[in-house]
Design a protein around this ligand. Structure first.
Ligand SMILES: C[S@@+](CC[C@H](N)C(=O)[O-])C[C@H]1O[C@@H](n2cnc3c(N)ncnc32)[C@H](O)[C@@H]1O
Length: 222
């Protein structure tokens, strides 16, 4: 079994894994330098985005609901951490449980490909708000369903397919064959959840196949 994420190594090579993470950080507009900033990677799996963010200077905390995410008993996060000489920390804990432990909130929060695995997406968005510092920024990449019927009314002044009514598809036995997925929104639905949870400046950064890249700010005073 190999890693999920492919990463540059200290010696100029690449780890195994099919999925490069740096392009995600570029698409979503994470600042090029994060020196002195704290960053939380929610649902980190084997940590590709965590390590790519650390390479930009962030002090990274990573969490995942699984003890050995993605891979048959081996904790690839820890293995990659040792290989890269990383100082990122890893904790096996759900987003909700972590949010209720009341840690210091983070300057930047990444939540990539996790939201559609959570039954209560609005609750998850509220947890993400709690974990983001006032004035800090959330970077969310999530599954969208572009086939959801759209109605040209209640238009929202946004772009890339988000000019429609928020809609969600629920599949009792999992979305597209994945039994751990529940709700899939259209682009307007993703923005609506974040606004409803209390984020402001909610903006689509990119849209690629069936994934939406969104950033949002926790207002100061919230
Ligand atoms: C599809 S993988 C995404 C991994 C990585 N973020 C990426 O984009 O490549 C989803 C990960 O989220 C984790 N996960 C699912 N629900 C979670 C929750 N409620 N809290 C924390 N992690 C969760 C899973 O264990 C899994 O490792």
């Amino acid at each position: 079994m190999k890693r999920r994420h492919r990463l540059p190594t200290a010696t100029g090579g690449l780890t195994d894994g099919d999925y490069p993470c740096e392009p995600d950080l570029q698409r979503i507009g994470l600042p090029a330098r994060l020196d002195g900033a704290t960053l939380l990677d929610v649902g980190c799996s084997d940590g590709g985005h965590s390590f790519a963010a650390e390479a930009r200077g962030a002090q990274v905390t990573a969490i995942d609901a699984e003890e050995s995410p993605a891979n048959e008993g081996r904790n690839w996060f820890q293995a990659t951490r040792d290989e890269l000489g990383s100082e990122a920390t890893y904790q096996a804990i759900t987003l909700h449980d972590f949010a209720t432990t009341a840690p210091e909130p983070f300057d930047h929060v990444l939540c990539f490909n996790v939201l559609y695995h959570v039954e209560d997406q609005i609750g998850a968005a509220r947890d993400l708000l709690v974990l983001t510092k006032p004035g800090g920024r959330l970077y969310l990449k999530t599954l969208i369903d572009s086939r959801l019927p759209e109605r040209a009314q209640n238009l929202l002044p946004t772009q890339w397919g988000a000019t429609h009514q928020p809609r969600f598809r629920f599949t009792e036995h999992g979305v597209d064959g994945d039994p751990t997925s529940y709700w899939v929104p259209n682009p307007a639905g993703v923005l609506a959840i974040l606004r409803y949870a209390g984020f402001v400046d909610v903006a689509i950064e990119a849209r690629r196949v069936n994934r939406l890249y969104v950033s949002a700010t926790r207002p100061t005073g919230a």
